[in-house]
Design a protein around this ligand. Structure first.
Ligand code: DQA
Length: 170
């Protein structure tokens, strides 16, 4: 997504007092296929529709949402590292298949220390045993699993509620 640069961040990239507040939504591999991918498990809502719903809710609250999907671990890691200098205050992430494999993605989230919620469309605990382990859950503020696209909306509501309190950006 291309956004016009606005003078809302200081030299560090952190938001200035009164600057726009930003949430990053990250989607891992194969989530670009949502809508047609195993709809009996993941539903029929597309990623574009999920993004539109979140963007409209965030806009109503005066918050900026940025969404990024990649099938590549390195690109997701680069996006997380970038978030640290862009004033992103909260991350909502569905690491998809990397949930169960990626120490590197976990390390990136630990490195930037931006609070995050882990979202899964399906209930990863009611599926194959290998899906029950997540490399992210113990670092996450919370985990939402099994509520379909609604999980993203609930995660966003939580982030917005946090934003009504003091800023968490260091
Ligand atoms: C998923 C669950 C993962 O196990 C799977 O690899 C995905 C999607 C979910 O949203 O339910 O790709 O994260």
């Amino acid at each position: 997504m291309v956004r016009a640069k606005r003078e809302t961040t200081g030299k560090s990239g952190r938001p200035r007092e009164g600057g726009e507040r930003k949430i990053l939504v990250l989607h891992g591999p194969n989530l670009n296929l949502l809508g047609s991918r195993e709809p009996e498990i993941y539903g029929r809502v597309t990623l574009a529709n999920i993004h539109l719903a979140m963007e409209s809710r965030a806009r109503a609250a005066g918050v900026v949402i940025e969404s990024f999907q990649s099938n590549s671990e390195g690109e997701l890691i680069n996006r997380i590292q970038g978030a640290a200098t862009e004033g992103i205050e909260f991350i909502i992430i569905n690491p998809a298949g990397y949930t169960h494999t990626s120490v590197a993605l976990r390390d990136a989230l630990a490195a930037v220390a931006i609070p995050f919620i882990e979202v899964h469309l399906s209930n990863i605990f009611s599926r194959e045993p290998f899906r029950r382990h997540s490399y992210f859950s113990d670092l996450a503020v919370g985990v939402i699993s099994g509520l379909g696209a609604e999980g993203y909306e609930l995660a966003l509501e939580h982030a917005l509620r946090r934003f009504s309190g003091p800023r968490t950006v260091r």
